[in-house]
Design a protein around this ligand. Structure first.
Ligand code: ADP
Length: 451
């Protein structure tokens, strides 16, 4: 529960952090959008007033002259002909679209604004257009209204700027029109402006995520190691208790007066005590060696030896010491190969692998010890017909204190140090150890040492 909280709280903090950063990006975006709109609004208005001040000109003079002529013609030729409603509608539509075409073709304001904005160093990624809200033709009979629309402010897009609205009366027509700039493409402009800030925020988010991930990974590793350590302490206590309790029982046996009459029993008990003391001593030595290994680097006392011969000697003495506990087939394929090894450590390595091959076997152990030379390396493989190692544990078995859980952890005794020791010795020799295994079929451990 406590461990879960350790993960849940930072996760929540990370989520809050994401939310804050997301909020910041949105705010920056909104702010930048507003700024851009305001900037373009003032730029376009500035441009129109500059044009008016400098040239006494609003940019629509020519367009208005042409429209006036066009309006005059319409008034003269078309208006008297109108009889039906449909004709009126048709004429209005034509006159309006024609007026739009004249204005667009002959106005010079948009190109002036474009130049002005470009000169100020801003992008011209926008569209400008004219909107006629009122147009009427002036005839002798009175006004003939072509268009009269009140703009619905809510319907005008927020990205449209009304630069200026003009009301003019000429000989043949009255008009009210606006010059507008459409900044629908504003997002790309805003993105260019806000890019650096967004990049910085994204970068900081990535860094925080990375740090978070590394911390979490370390935390998990710490948890795993502390779990392994407590397993180790349990196993070690158990391993130490077994020989100690045998010795205690043997001591009590020797205390009994009637034992004096049975010298065989005395001898048997003494042998038991000495065997268990050896076991105890070996156990303590293993623990001491490993803790020593942790503190100091290996100091190897390397000698060039005939690798096949040394391996054979180790296998033979192992068989003797374990009273022929296994059938071992030896296949030596590196005759005469000399390897520089620390004989004591090399022996420990092979012994550990042989002991595991016997220990983790649920039938009569049959072991194959084979050697060879490849790529300038001497290799020795130990193959067994044991219980094998489940795939998910393979990557961890060389870790310190790691033991594959076998249901009841104490059923097969061990401290999870043997393979760790093998790996460290092999790498100290400049080589390595690898394993391939299939559950219920057996395992092969292969040590490689450079020649
Ligand atoms: P220990 O034997 O003390 O548990 P080791 O470091 O020697 O520690 O081995 C680590 C684990 O690897 C063992 O717990 C065991 O599950 C597995 N293992 C090692 N050698 C073999 C083998 N030959 N066959 C099956 N499993 C093995």
């Amino acid at each position: 529960m406590k461990h879960r909280l350790i993960i849940i709280f930072p996760m929540l903090a990370l989520l809050v952090f994401f939310a804050v950063q997301g909020f910041m990006i949105i705010s920056i975006w909104k702010q930048e959008k507003e700024n851009t709109l305001m900037r373009y609004e003032s730029l376009t208005r500035e441009a129109t007033s500059v044009l008016l001040r400098a040239k006494k000109f609003n940019g629509f003079e020519k367009a208005m002259d042409i429209t006036d002529k066009f309006a005059g013609l319409v008034v003269e030729e078309k208006l008297p002909e109108l009889s039906r409603k449909a004709d009126t509608a048709n004429l209005k539509e034509k006159v309006l679209s024609q007026t739009y075409a004249i204005l667009q073709k002959n106005e010079v304001l948009s190109s002036f604004i474009n130049e002005y904005i470009k000169k100020k160093g801003y992008s011209t990624d926008y569209k400008s257009f004219i909107w006629i809200s009122y147009l009427s033709l002036l005839s002798e009979k009175g006004q003939f209204i072509i268009a009269d629309t009140v703009p619905d402010k809510d319907k005008i897009k927020k990205t449209i700027i009304v630069v200026n609205t003009y009301k003019e009366e000429h000989n043949n027509f009255v008009i009210e029109y606006s010059f507008l700039v459409d900044l629908t493409e504003i997002n790309s402009l805003v993105f260019r402006k806000a890019f650096f800030s967004i990049l910085l925020i994204t970068f900081s988010v990535l860094i925080v995520v990375l740090i978070f991930w590394l911390t979490l990974r370390n935390l998990m590793e710490e948890r795993r190691l502390s779990g392994l350590k407590s397993d180790f302490i349990n196993n070690m206590t158990h391993e130490l208790k077994t020989p100690l309790s045998t010795i205690t029982v043997a001591g009590r046996t020797l205390e009994k007066p009637q034992i004096n009459t049975d010298p065989d029993k005395v001898l048997e008990t003494a042998k038991m005590i000495s065997k268990q003391s050896v076991n105890l001593n070996q156990l303590i030595n293993t623990i001491l060696e490993v803790s020593l290994l942790e503190r100091t680097e290996f100091e190897l006392d390397r000698h060039k030896v005939n690798a096949d011969e040394l391996t054979h000697q180790i296998v033979s003495s192992y068989l003797t010491s374990c009273d022929g506990c296994a059938t071992i087939r030896e296949e030596y394929k590196a005759p005469g190969t000399l390897v520089a090894v620390d004989i004591v450590y090399f022996t420990t390595m092979i012994n550990n692998l042989l002991a595991n091959a016997v220990k983790y076997c649920d039938k009569d152990p049959v072991i194959i010890v084979s050697t060879g030379v490849a790529d300038n390396e001497f290799h020795v493989s130990i193959t067994d017909n044991g219980i094998g190692i489940p795939h998910e544990h393979i990557d961890h078995i060389f870790d310190k204190f790691y033991r594959v859980p076998h249901g009841n952890i104490h059923k097969i005794k061990g401290l999870g140090l043997g393979l760790y020791y093998v790996k460290r010795i092999a790498t100290a020799h400049g080589g390595d150890v690898s394993v391939s295994s299939r559950p219920d079929r057996g395992s092969t451990f292969k040590i490689r040492i450079p020649i």
